[in-house]
Design a protein around this ligand. Structure first.
Ligand SMILES: [Zn+2]
Ligand SMILES: [Zn+2]
Length: 293
């Protein structure tokens, strides 16, 4: 096998999986879905409560990952976290919850922690940006992330009113502010890009949108692509994920993205709906097929 085809065969394609029975079970679910990378929640995404990682669970996860050559692993932070809320108590809860996310990610040996930048409703966008950066900085203070293969990835959002990160410029701004004090990178979501109003569907649109990526966050910073088709139209700002190839994006843009050498270093993780058993494997299979030809 040539080096090029080896790299292609090794392309990291995965899916968000559940953790019922312990976080390590996610590795088995990922492998069963044909994935060699995956994303999980490390606690309930809609609850402030969380339990610390059990050392034996972390060890099991590491052993299974090594056995099956699965990784990197992404953890998606809780949806409740809003580091730029206008309400101080929400900001405090969010900062503590995000600190817990970082602690659990480090304990599990996850490479990436994906975070939505939050909603600055009631404030200005500049204030929101400042609060988000301060919250992240405070949350990681004193934690042992230095020297680890670990990054907080700021995810672009669907561009709903007051939500930070619908524009790639805003993601880039936050990353720039954080760079001196935190290990940061970017997660781009195809559905969010599309419904936020960037054209990735037409060939010309794709070229133009990728120029925006280059000029804002830059290609190297994009560690993860969330691969989701969309139920809603381009520019609708409605975040509803659809199975790959069955939505308003369609299969062709995913093929283009998976073959785009500027993202050879990125991993591709679906967060597609699970309408029936086997949907995780089906979407991974579609991405794998698109990546192959
Ligand atoms: Zn996403
Ligand atoms: Zn989404």
């Amino acid at each position: 096998m040539s080096d090029v085809s080896k790299a292609k065969a090794k392309k990291r394609i995965g899916v968000h999986v559940g953790v019922a029975g312990g976080s390590w079970t996610a590795v088995e679910r990922a492998v069963a879905a044909g994935a060699n990378t995956f994303q999980i929640f490390s606690s309930s995404p809609r609850s402030w409560k969380s339990a610390p990682v059990k050392p034996e669970d972390a060890l099991k996860m590491q052993q299974l990952r090594a056995k099956h050559d699965v990784g990197p692993v992404a953890i998606h932070a809780s949806y409740l976290i809003n580091l730029c809320s206008q309400t101080e108590s929400v900001r405090e809860n969010s900062t503590m919850a995000f600190r817990g996310e970082v602690e659990r990610a480090l304990a599990l040996g996850a490479e990436f922690l994906v975070l939505h930048p939050g909603s600055w409703k009631g404030l200005t966008r500049t204030e929101g940006l400042k609060l988000a950066a301060e919250g992240i900085e405070k949350a990681i203070e004193g934690l042992a992330w230095q020297g680890k293969d670990f990054r907080i990835l700021i995810e672009n959002t669907a561009g709903a009113e007051f939500s930070l990160g619908g524009k790639l410029e805003q993601v880039a701004e936050l990353v720039e502010v954080l760079k001196p004090c935190a290990p940061v990178g970017v997660c781009l979501d195809t559905c969010h890009v599309h419904v936020a109003g960037y054209d990735i569907v037409s060939e010309d649109g794709y070229i133009e949108t990728m120029l925006v990526v280059k000029d804002t966050v830059g290609f190297d910073a994009v560690k993860v692509w969330h691969c989701n088709d969309a139920k809603a139209a381009m520019g609708s700002k409605l975040d509803r994920h659809e199975h790959i190839g069955e939505g308003t994006i369609g299969a062709a843009p995913f093929r283009r993205l998976l073959h785009d050498a500027r993202f050879d270093h990125s991993v591709f993780i679906a967060e597609t709906p699970v309408d029936q058993p086997g949907d995780e494997a089906r979407n991974v299979g579609v991405l794998r097929t698109l990546a192959a030809g």
